[in-house]
Ligand binder design. Structure first.
Ligand code: GLN
Length: 247
């Protein structure tokens, strides 16, 4: 039975909010409100801990290397155990780009290694090549979602991410680079813990995925009430077209 309540933690909204990633939070709130599902967003900043009982969905956006560096140290010191406990409780954890990298084991730059939370089995290396930038489309297979549902968005990352230790991708790249530009893999998912390189922001252009996150986070056994998604579907189609695929 659905709790009809979504409690969201937005981690480091000041530091990790590149490409207006906070738009993802706005989409979650709106789609809940339109269905009379109560939602509540708590900003969790530097120095603050996470009470794993208080959140159904925890969100970590992307950022520049410098901001990531600062937040990574804080994540390890103040938030790691709360994140692990929240995931064990069944909370959804979503990391975007820099946030995705920090959910992994480490992000290695020229002469330093930024330690991550290690909640996803990935490692990221900055390497020498050019940044991986552009529109991207990804075919997913998520439990309860349409088979081969497409996520469309935009990526811009210097880091190359590799799945390790049995980590599974979120999806397969149809167009774009994804994790490293060569593996054909995009993102990582371990149960309810998800990392992806897709900005856009992601959720305004992929409302099906926003609903998947909401349903998973609140444990809705029944389907969420349908909404008039004419604009959202047009946004999805446009994002797919930008990547060169049919939406
Ligand atoms: N700083 C990271 C990189 O360049 C993540 C960038 C981002 O979040 N867009 O790989």
């Amino acid at each position: 039975m659905a709790k009809a309540r979504l409690r969201i933690a937005a981690l480091y909204p000041e530091q990790l909010n590149i490409y207006a990633d906070r738009g993802n939070i706005a989409v979650l709130e709106s789609r809940c409100r339109w269905r009379s599902i109560e939602s509540h967003v708590t900003a969790v900043g530097l120095g603050e801990t996470i009470d794993p009982e208080r959140f159904d969905l925890i969100y970590l956006g992307g950022g520049q290397d410098d901001d990531q560096r600062r937040c990574a140290a804080d994540l390890l010191e103040h938030k790691r155990s709360g994140l692990i406990a929240a995931a064990a409780n069944g909370a959804v954890l979503l990391g975007i780009c820099g946030g995705y990298q920090l959910f992994g084991h480490w992000y290695e730059l020229a002469d330093e290694r930024i330690e991550g939370v290690g909640i996803l089995n990935v490692e990221t290396v900055r390497g020498k090549g050019p940044r991986l930038i552009g529109n991207v489309a990804v075919e997913t297979s998520l439990p309860g979602a349409s088979p081969r549902a497409v996520l469309a968005g935009f990526e811009n990352h210097g880091g190359r991410t590799r799945l390790i230790g049995g980590g599974a991708p979120l999806g397969r790249v149809i167009k774009g680079n994804g994790n490293d530009g060569v593996s054909g893999e995009e993102g990582c998912r371990d149960g309810n813990v998800i990392g992806t390189y897709l900005h856009g922001p992601l959720l305004p252009a992929n409302c099906w995925f926003a609903d998947w996150l909401i349903a998973t986070a609140i444990g809705a056994s029944a389907e969420l009430a349908p909404l008039d998604d004419a604009l959202e579907l047009a946004a999805h189609k446009a994002a797919c077209a930008a990547a060169g695929v049919n939406g």
